[in-house]
Each structure stands twice: as structure tokens, then as C-alpha cells.
Design a protein around this ligand. Structure first.
Ligand code: SF4
Length: 248
């Protein structure tokens, strides 16, 4: 398994150097123009998209589908998701013509051993995210050289300074929407006629697992409904940035 914690430093240095070269190569590009050379040339057949099919996911998936609808899209189903999210996955997959959406799940042996009653999220949310999200995610990306994430700086906290291209464990990680604003995301929804996640109408602005997602009051931060009341802001899939450069 690819894991930066065990990755030989020279291997990581190579990823870091590649990320730096690519950041220079795509500097000034945006959207489809940014993604096309990375998906079709640099990482052809070696790149995947990771999507939660959450409230803003449709925009990144639409850009990706415009470049290549056959690119693998990884969806981690933790076993704790809203049914609406699974149905939205199916709706967007059909709407965008994505042909390789891969739903990956935690191993039952791991959940039975660590979360026999299904309440680990309550006792130890980091451990729950690790077995239900991080491990399936890492297994799914074995064999790829790069992945695409939909994170944006306007989400704040640990996302406020993310670069467009970075080195992440053994992969080059691409954040094509890093510098997009909330207004631009909404414009893109309108312009492309993209359907909203059904739970947006019920007051959810950021959606993950059912036990760890809450409605957000008007004016609150978009991610404030995630792990509300806990000292936790990320599931662990996104590591602190090993940024090499930003093209903002
Ligand atoms: S978000 Fe909550 S339920 Fe989902 S994996 Fe993390 S702790 Fe578990």
C-alpha cells in the first residue's frame, strides 16, 4: 500500500519534484484547461478522482467528465452515509456520463474487529474515520500515480492555504478548485444545469456520514456541520499539505 508514513524518502522526494515541475507546467491554467494535460498526458491511465458526491462535488465531476468521462472516480462508502448521497452518486453518474465510478468500502473484518456495535464514531471518531475512510481510500489508490480532489480554500481552516498541485504520500495530488470561490461554484452549477444534492434543501451545506453531519444555520461556515461539537475537522484522507507550490 502506498503510504507516505512508510514511503522511502527518496521516493517521496521524486513525487515532490514531479509535483513542482507540474505546478510550473500548468501555472495560469484553470478548470478543463488545467485538468486536460494532467489527465490525458502526464498521468494518462494513472490518475483517479476521489469524490464524496457531496454538496459541491458535481462541479469537479463535470469538469473531469468534460475531459474524460472514463477516468476512475473513487467513492468511499463508509457504511454510514445518507441514502440520499448514494442516490445522488447514481444521478450524477448518469447525468455526466461517468463510466468508471468505483464504490469502495471498509473491510468487514476491520469494522467487526474495531466497531462491532457500529458506534465507534461516538467513542473515537478518528479511529472510525481511519477504518471506514482512510484505509479503503488508500487501498483504492494503489496503482495510481495521482489523484484529484475537490477541496477549496474558501472552506477555511486547514484548507485555507492548499496549493493546486502538491505531493501527498506516494501520489501527486491535484486540487483544481483550490482557488474557486463559493460564488463561482454556484455559478457553475447554474451554468451547467447541475442538480443539487437533495439534502441541500434541508439545510446541509457539507455532507459526509450521517452521524457526523449536521444542518448549518445561515451565515455559518460551510463545514461547521461536520463533526460538530468535536475537535475534528477532517477525516484523515486529506493530510496536512506538503505543498511544493501554488499556481493561484
Ligand atoms: S465521518 Fe463519522 S461515521 Fe463517518 S467514518 Fe468518520 S467518524 Fe465514522
Amino acid at each position: 500500500m502506498v503510504d507516505g508514513t512508510s514511503l522511502h524518502s527518496s521516493a517521496f522526494d521524486a513525487v515532490l519534484a514531479r509535483a513542482g515541475r507540474l505546478a510550473a507546467r500548468v501555472a495560469g491554467l484553470d478548470g478543463v484547461a488545467l485538468l486536460a494535460p494532467l489527465m490525458l498526458e502526464e498521468f494518462a491511465g494513472r490518475i483517479a478522482v476521489v469524490s464524496s458526491f457531496g454538496t459541491e462535488a458535481a462541479v469537479m465531476l463535470a469538469l473531469v467528465a468534460e475531459v474524460d468521462p472514463t477516468v476512475p472516480v473513487i467513492f468511499v462508502d463508509t457504511g454510514k452515509l445518507f441514502g440520499e448521497t448514494r442516490r445522488y452518486r447514481d444521478q450524477l453518474t448518469a447525468r455526466l456520463g461517468l463510466t468508471d465510478v468505483r464504490t469502495v468500502k471498509p473491510l468487514s473484518a476491520e469494522t467487526e474487529a474495531a466497531d462491532h456495535d457500529g458506534l465507534l464514531f461516538h467513542r473515537d471518531a478518528d479511529a472510525c474515520c481511519y477504518i471506514r475512510k482512510v484505509l479503503p481510500f488508500e487501498r483504492s489508490l494503489a496503482g495510481f500515480d495521482a489523484w484529484i480532489s475537490g477541496r477549496k480554500r474558501f472552506h477555511g481552516a486547514g484548507r485555507a492555504g492548499i496549493p493546486v498541485i502538491e505531493a501527498d504520500r506516494g501520489w501527486v495530488k491535484i486540487n483544481p478548485l483550490a482557488d474557486w470561490s463559493r460564488a463561482r461554484i454556484l455559478q457553475e452549477f447554474d451554468g451547467r444545469g447541475l442538480p443539487p444534492h437533495p439534502l441541500v434543501a434541508e439545510g446541509f451545506l457539507s455532507i459526509g456520514c450521517m452521524p457526523c453531519s449536521s444542518r448549518v444555520a445561515p451565515g455559518e461556515d460551510i463545514r461547521s456541520g461536520r463533526w460538530a461539537g468535536k475537535d475534528k475537522a477532517e477525516c484523515g484522507i486529506h493530510r496536512p499539505a506538503n505543498a511544493v507550490s501554488s499556481i493561484a
